[in-house]
Design a protein around this ligand. Structure first.
Ligand SMILES: Cc1cc2nc3c(=O)[nH]c(=O)nc-3n(C[C@H](O)[C@H](O)[C@H](O)COP(=O)(O)OP(=O)(O)OC[C@H]3O[C@@H](n4cnc5c(N)ncnc54)[C@H](O)[C@@H]3O)c2cc1C
Length: 495
């Protein structure tokens, strides 16, 4: 049996190691216990040695965590700290890891994947785990060289390099820290460089915070968000406001309720200190903004980071013909509409192929725990050990800015009743705000079950609320205690 997995992110790696857990091979099979050594639990038994597991990645770096890219940009970790498995993990498990090899097409008739270098990889079962790419909105000028996405290590390296160049060339403000040292000429002229981040979602805000922490003395960082709050997909407005204020204390500027309409070049040979400074852009803003907006029409930008969402990497697999909406559609067993071809992670749209689930939300939740869980379940089904995906882990987002941790799970804002809709809402919202202590707690209940929560400042109750949320427990019996700060898992023992 030949298993081929395209994409070595959270979903692909988890699928590959799960397949080798079911079908041990190589050193794992000989020693009989190397799954324990490598932290993977054994629940399979040695089977047919003819099983091959091939993991293909377009990237030339060993599998790593994208979630740590902001930490890398902030100078808090090195490249080698990003990897998610030990160096010889794949060899020991008998996983054939092909790095720097891009898949271009699939021929489901011949059952082969065609790689960019011309090689054809035959498969019996195929997993598409190609994740997603940064979405670049159709803004004139978005293809300028000063514009970067942040999805891959290559992006983070390029942004870092651009920052180092900006902060070390003549005219950069003296006093760099964490890596980038200005040269002697740079002290002649103090000029701050400007970074504009398009998108105040998770990636944009984390990127802005990373840059300001590392190069804050030399960089002005502005985040432009089209919604009236930052982190609109993750947090409610109150929590987002608290987090925004923390980041403003670090020097990040936010422009809310405005969009970027165009990026125009400002090619000006600048001969400060006798050396060419290089190109600068202007980011043209549209919209009227929220209260307190300065009304500026454009911003200077030496570097632009686009963090305006992601697009699933489905195009290359189109030749196989799987049904695609936003992502590749999969059923409860993570199989696509093409028999023998599975999909998992950010590239996949979950449950949409099961008729009784059609329209059920959420169908696409591109976060690490979901990708990893789907990779594992896909592997079981590829190995003919039928296992249904019980549900998504859910929308769970944790951040920490200036030592203020925050976590959101599930539905953080009850839906606004439709026009003309009357009657009592089945939703109830419990809130406790302590701005002086930089603490905030919000629980959203639907028909007495917890369906969403937000915690800022103190996230120690995330576990107990998360458990209630996942179990869909009727919490009416905890009505008097559930908002107390000492409400904990001990209270659940009575369930
Ligand atoms: C900056 C950043 C911070 C994040 N922080 C968090 C966080 O804190 N918490 C959280 O839950 N999630 C976070 N995420 C999201 C999380 O990283 C993703 O949900 C997760 O990586 C998805 O895993 P995946 O395996 O589906 O895809 P990916 O991780 O995208 O992996 C897909 C792989 O497939 C490769 N590939 C694509 N096309 C081809 C091809 N044709 N041939 C071969 N290989 C190909 C890609 O290069 C990539 O290596 C963050 C993402 C980013 C970018």
């Amino acid at each position: 049996m030949r298993f081929v997995i395209i994409g070595s992110g959270a979903a692909g790696v988890r699928a590959a190691e799960t397949l080798r857990q079911i079908f041990p091979s190589g050193e794992a099979r000989r020693s009989g216990n190397s799954f324990e050594d490598s932290g993977v639990q054994v629940d399979g038994r040695p089977e047919d040695g003819q099983v091959t597991v091939t993991l293909v990645s377009a990237e030339d770096f060993p599998p790593y965590s994208r979630c740590l890219l902001p930490a890398y940009l902030a100078g808090r970790c090195r490249e080698e700290d990003l990897t998610i498995r030990p160096r010889d993990f794949f060899r020991k498990l008998g996983i054939n890891l092909l790095l720097g090899r891009e898949a271009l097409a699939v021929d489901p008739g011949k059952k082969v994947v065609k790689l960019a270098d011309g090689e054809e990889l035959p498969y019996d079962r195929l997993l598409i785990a190609t994740g997603a790419a940064s979405r670049f909105p159709p803004i004139p000028g978005i293809d300028r060289p000063q514009v970067f996405g942040l999805r891959h290590l290559a992006d983070a390296r390029a942004i870092e390099q651009a920052c180092v160049q900006m902060c070390t060339r003549p005219g950069a403000h003296a006093g760099a820290h964490a890596g980038a040292q200005p040269d002697s000429d740079s002290r002649l002229v103090a000029q701050t460089r400007s970074v504009v981040v398009i998108g105040g979602g998770f990636v944009g805000v984390e990127a802005a915070y990373a840059l300001i922490r590392r190069w804050g003395a030399q960089l002005e960082v502005t985040v432009v968000e089209k919604e009236a709050q930052i982190l609109p997909a993750q947090f409610d407005a109150y929590a987002a406001g608290m987090l925004q204020r923390e980041m403003e204390k670090e020097g990040i500027r936010f422009i809310l309720g405005r969009q970027v309409g165009e990026i125009v070049g400002q090619e000006r040979p600048d001969h400060e200190a006798g050396r060419e400074v290089g190109d600068r852009c202007r980011v043209v803003l549209t919209g009227s903004g929220t209260a307190g907006d300065s009304g500026e029409e454009s911003l200077p930008a030496d570097l632009i980071i686009v963090a305006a969402g992601i697009t699933p990497n489905t195009a290359w697999a189109a030749s196989a013909g799987p049904a695609v909406r936003r992502g590749i559609l999969i059923d409860d067993y993570l199989e696509t509409s093409v028999p023998g071809i599975y999909a998992a992670g950010d590239v996949a749209e979950f449950r949409t192929l099961s008729p009784e689930r059609a329209g059920a939300l959420p169908t696409w939740t591109p976060i690490w725990p979901n990708a990893s869980a789907q990779g594992r379940i896909a592997a079981y089904n590829m190995a003919s050990r039928r296992r249904a995906c019980r549900g998504l882990i859910g929308l769970q987002n944790a951040v920490e800015f200036r030592e203020v941790p925050a976590i959101a799970m599930g539905l953080v804002e009850p839906p606004v009743p439709a026009k003309g809709e009357s009657g009592e809402s089945a939703y109830m919202v419990l809130v406790k705000a302590e701005p002086e202590q930089r603490r905030y707690k919000k629980l959203v209940l639907y028909k007495n079950a917890l369906v969403g929560m937000v915690l800022v400042g103190d996230i120690s109750q995330a576990g107990v609320y998360g458990a209630l949320l996942r179990k869909k427990t009727d919490v009416s019996r905890f009505a008097d205690t559930i908002m107390n700060d000492n409400f904990n898992c001990g209270h659940l023992r009575s369930l």
